[in-house]
Design a protein around this ligand. Structure first.
Ligand SMILES: Nc1nc2c(c(=O)[nH]1)N[C@H]1C(S)=C(S)[C@@H](COP(=O)(O)OP(=O)(O)OC[C@H]3O[C@@H](n4cnc5c(=O)[nH]c(N)nc54)[C@H](O)[C@@H]3O)O[C@H]1N2
Ligand SMILES: Nc1nc2c(c(=O)[nH]1)N[C@H]1C(S)=C(S)[C@@H](COP(=O)(O)OP(=O)(O)OC[C@H]3O[C@@H](n4cnc5c(=O)[nH]c(N)nc54)[C@H](O)[C@@H]3O)O[C@H]1N2
Ligand code: SF4
Ligand SMILES: [Mo]
Length: 740
């Protein structure tokens, strides 16, 4: 019997609303379409809206645990898998200490509510210093800048594009990515709406991206030089007396220090470095100033570059100096429906950085993690305190992280590799055990992370579509089973601890002072597992029913709202939401001031030779949708974009081959000549390089091989404050094949 079900798409941050026609008895999805009644996405979907269905149907997706025996994969029972893995991990830990177990945590975890909620438990109980994640090839510079400015690494200012009349996009391509730290379904329509309101969209990017193509203005910028341009912007604001801190005036410190820091940088003396003529930068500054509700936004191209933290921080500084932080149409802080009420006393955390160092080169950790770019050398480290096991959780560092080939080689020397994944990819193919979770259609979901990055406040619950095969486990259950075994505990006790811990935390909040933990627990008994935690958070949250004490939302009501709940436009939240001492914003933290010295000394170095940048395609999702026929059809997407003038000089021809060299490796790639990239810049997408015969993704291997740009990227160059990889603006050599 066909049924109609509503849920959101779990594949990218936009989290579009979907309508699914399904036959639950036959376990078949009949169709997936956009949900016209979803306030946020209004029926919009992109080509990847079918992705989770194709993954579910993919015969090569693992359904049961597998163990490698004499080089061959054998299916084993969950009981056997968990017992063997648990025994081996706890033996290693007992004998060699907690840091002998390394961990890599990948991106899709952020798209799964229950894994997210259990992540802290998992990482704290594993408690390893050898913790790597996709975050240090992604947003960690923004985490650091937010932690320094607002006291919370996850408090991202999001551009309020629905009310802005002047949107400046640096280092993001929302038309393809659908917005990141700016979750915005149908980004194209949302940006066009700015223009239809009489506003303007400007893009600053080394490539005339899909977003730049629909913008009013596009400025080419040399990769990795945004911090110079933004400092020059700050300099102009000071020298022309355009500082207007607005409502937050009395909460901001460090203005004089900022003026002094920006002093050396002007549009004129940075123009050669950035490639942006002074007149164009001045025109931008003027237009921004004249707009009613302008906002500056920076994303991954600003994070994963040599001065990622400075560039990410400067984006906020430019907004703050012009009164655009926390104002409608500016950069605003979303409010999640699951946001916990304030604790009894404000918690001011010390900056979570440099509490330990990497073993080989003594690089400081950030957020409890070592830089992913240093993963290979850390796994290969041979000291007493070496890594002996690796757990990967929904990730593919061999393709996603610089020096991936060496990560793979270093994995060979480990005693045990356990992968929590459902594909045998370039990383997990080396595992001893693969423990596959249920897929997105087989568990419920809630858009947990992306409530905090969306351009409108919302809540949306996604029901489980199909019952998983008996005995299957969700990702959070596998994570809990493992850490329970490693620590000699029972998983059930850990689940109970989660409920107990949250109930006590909520009961301690002055906002819920008349409630005790027992009442919180009994009121939420109708739900179990992570959904019970979700119910607690929703009830305690800003729109919650306070466990029946007031009119408001709870999980039951959210579940009944099939098209999601729209909580309206973003609202002003400062200074209350600040988590800094005395709720003040210090514009120039020491770590930032120190890093400006690095920026200044690089002024002469910047921009010699070719620089590599990445790019995304609407039908890719990092490395992991290449086993889906529907998404890999058509012409080769793993091409090297080269400007016509460079192609001429190097003797490269359209469709011909180029040799690209970097990080001591080289690769041959197909050339695509295009004036969409500026001279001196070449672009190669990431997530390709499906070249190892031992993977279990035959379509990827056959139709979407490509090369892994991350093997060509100098993994020793990092954004120093945050330890983030520099995958944009990496130095690279290019020549015509045959001439190298
Ligand atoms: N050069 C370059 N490198 C980059 C980037 C770049 O722009 N340029 N971007 C970086 C960014 S932003 C990111 S986020 C990273 C991504 O880096 P990773 O997260 O390491 O890589 P993915 O390709 O997303 O791999 C995801 C894996 O998770 C598995 N998976 C998906 N869903 C589930 C699930 O529900 N359960 C389980 N158990 N497994 C699941 C998939 O099978 C796949 O193996 O790549 C980074 N690397
Ligand atoms: N279709 C699709 N969507 C995705 C993903 C995907 O793989 N495919 N991945 C998802 C993930 S994990 C993430 S984190 C987001 C990322 O979302 P976005 O940040 O929007 O990612 P990109 O499309 O890589 O856009 C980065 C832009 O920065 C530009 N750039 C590179 N270097 C520089 C520089 O030095 N300065 C400036 N100003 N610009 C620079 C690039 O040319 C590119 O246009 O996308 C998400 N959405
Ligand atoms: S834009 Fe993102 S959330 Fe929307 S349908 Fe495409 S992949 Fe799914
Ligand atoms: Mo990402």
């Amino acid at each position: 019997m066909p049924e109609t079900l509503y849920r959101s798409c779990p594949t990218c941050e936009a989290s579009c609303g979907l309508v699914l026609e399904v036959d639950r008895d036959a376990r078949r999805v009949l169709s997936i379409k956009g949900d016209p009644n979803d306030e946020r996405s209004q029926g919009y979907v992109c080509a990847k809206s079918q992705a989770f269905r194709y993954v579910y149907e993919d015969p090569e997706r693992l359904r049961r645990p597998v163990k490698k025996v004499n080089g061959e994969w054998q299916e084993i029972s969950w009981q056997q898998a968990l017992t063997e893995v648990g025994d081996k991990l706890s033996a290693l830990r007992q004998e060699h200490g907690k840091d002998s177990i390394a961990m890599y945590y990948g991106n899709p975890n952020g798209h799964n509510f229950s894994s997210m909620v259990y992540t802290e438990l998992f990482t704290q109980m594993l408690n390893t210093e050898r913790f790597f994640s996709a975050g240090s090839v992604d947003q960690q510079p923004k985490n650091l800048s937010c932690e320094l400015l607002y006291g919370n690494a996850w408090m991202f200012p999001i551009p309020d594009i629905q009310r802005s009349d002047f949107f400046v996009c640096m280092g993001g391509n929302p038309l393809v990515s659908q917005g990141s730290l700016m979750s915005a379904p149908n980004a194209e329509a949302q940006l066009n709406a700015i223009r239809q309101r009489g506003g303007e969209v400007w893009v600053i990017d080394p490539r005339r991206s899909e977003t730049a193509a629909i913008a009013d203005q596009h400025l080419f910028i040399k990769p990795g030089t945004d911090a110079y341009l933004l400092f020059a912007w700050v300099n102009v604001l000071f020298s022309e007396n355009h500082i207007n801190l607005g409502r937050l005036d009395s909460h901001i410190d460090g203005i004089d220090a900022l003026r002094a820091l920006a002093e050396p940088f002007t549009p004129e003396n940075t123009a050669d470095i950035t490639g942006v003529p002074a007149s164009e930068l001045r025109a931008l500054i003027k237009a921004f100033k004249q707009a009613q509700a302008p906002v500056l936004y920076g994303r991954i191209g600003l994070c994963t570059q040599e001065f990622g933290t400075l560039a990410s921080w400067l984006v906020d500084v430019v907004n703050i100096l012009q009164g655009r932080l926390d104002e409608p149409g500016g950069a605003m802080f979303p409010q999640a429906a699951t946001e916990l009420p304030p604790p009894p006393e404000p918690v001011i955390n010390e900056l979570g950085r440099d509490r330990f160092k990497t073993r080989v080169r003594g690089f400081p950790e950030y957020m409890g993690m070592m830089p992913a770019s240093l993963m290979a050398e850390e796994l290969a480290y041979e000291g007493q305190d070496r890594a002996r096991a690796l757990i990967t959780v929904a990730g593919n560092p061999v393709l996603s992280v610089p020096n991936g080939e060496a990560i793979r080689e270093s994995m060979e020397s480990l005693e045990l590799i356990v992968a929590l994944d459902f594909y045998i990819n370039e990383t997990t193919s080396l595992a001893d055990y693969i423990l596959p979770s249920t897929s997105q259609l087989e568990h419920s979901n809630y858009d947990f992370l992306f409530q905090t990055t969306a351009v409108r406040n919302f809540a949306r619950y996604s029901p489980k579509i199909f019952e998983p095969a008996p005995g299957s486990l969700d990702q959070y259950e596998i994570m809990t089973e493992l850490v329970a075994r490693i620590n000699g505990m029972q998983a059930d006790d850990l689940h109970a601890m989660m409920v107990e811990g949250l109930a006590s935390q909520l009961a301690a909040s002055p906002a819920l002072s008349s409630l005790d933990a027992d009442t919180i627990k009994t009121t939420t008994e109708a739900h179990s597992g992570p959904e019970r935690l979700l119910d607690m958070m929703l009830r305690a949250g800003p729109h919650g029913d306070h466990f029946g004490q007031r009119e408001g939302w709870n999980l039951k009501r959210i579940k009944a709202a099939h098209h999601g709940v729209d909580f309206g436009p973003l609202s002003s939240r400062l200074p209350e939401a600040l988590q800094t001492p005395q709720k003040r914003i210090n514009l120039v933290p020491d770590l930032i001031a120190d890093d400006v010295n690095r920026l200044r000394s690089a002024m002469t170095e910047a921009n010699k030779g070719f620089r590599l940048i990445g790019r995304r395609h609407i039908r890719d999702m990092n490395s992991w949708l290449h086993n889906i026929n529907q998404y890999v059809r058509g012409k080769n997407r793993c091409t090297l974009l080269v400007n016509p003038s460079d192609a001429d000089e190097l003797g490269l021809t359209q469709g011909g081959k180029a040799v690209v060299k970097g990080a001591g490796r080289s690769a041959t790639v197909e050339v695509e000549i295009s004036d969409s990239v500026m001279p001196g810049v070449v672009s190669l997408p990431h997530g390709f390089g499906h070249r190892f015969s031992d993977t279990g993704q035959s379509i990827a291997k056959e139709k979407s091989v490509g090369v892994s740009c991350n093997d060509l990227i100098d993994w020793t160059v990092l954004d120093v404050p945050s330890g983030t990889s520099v995958v944009n603006g990496a130095k690279i050599e290019v020549s015509a094949a045959g001439r190298a």
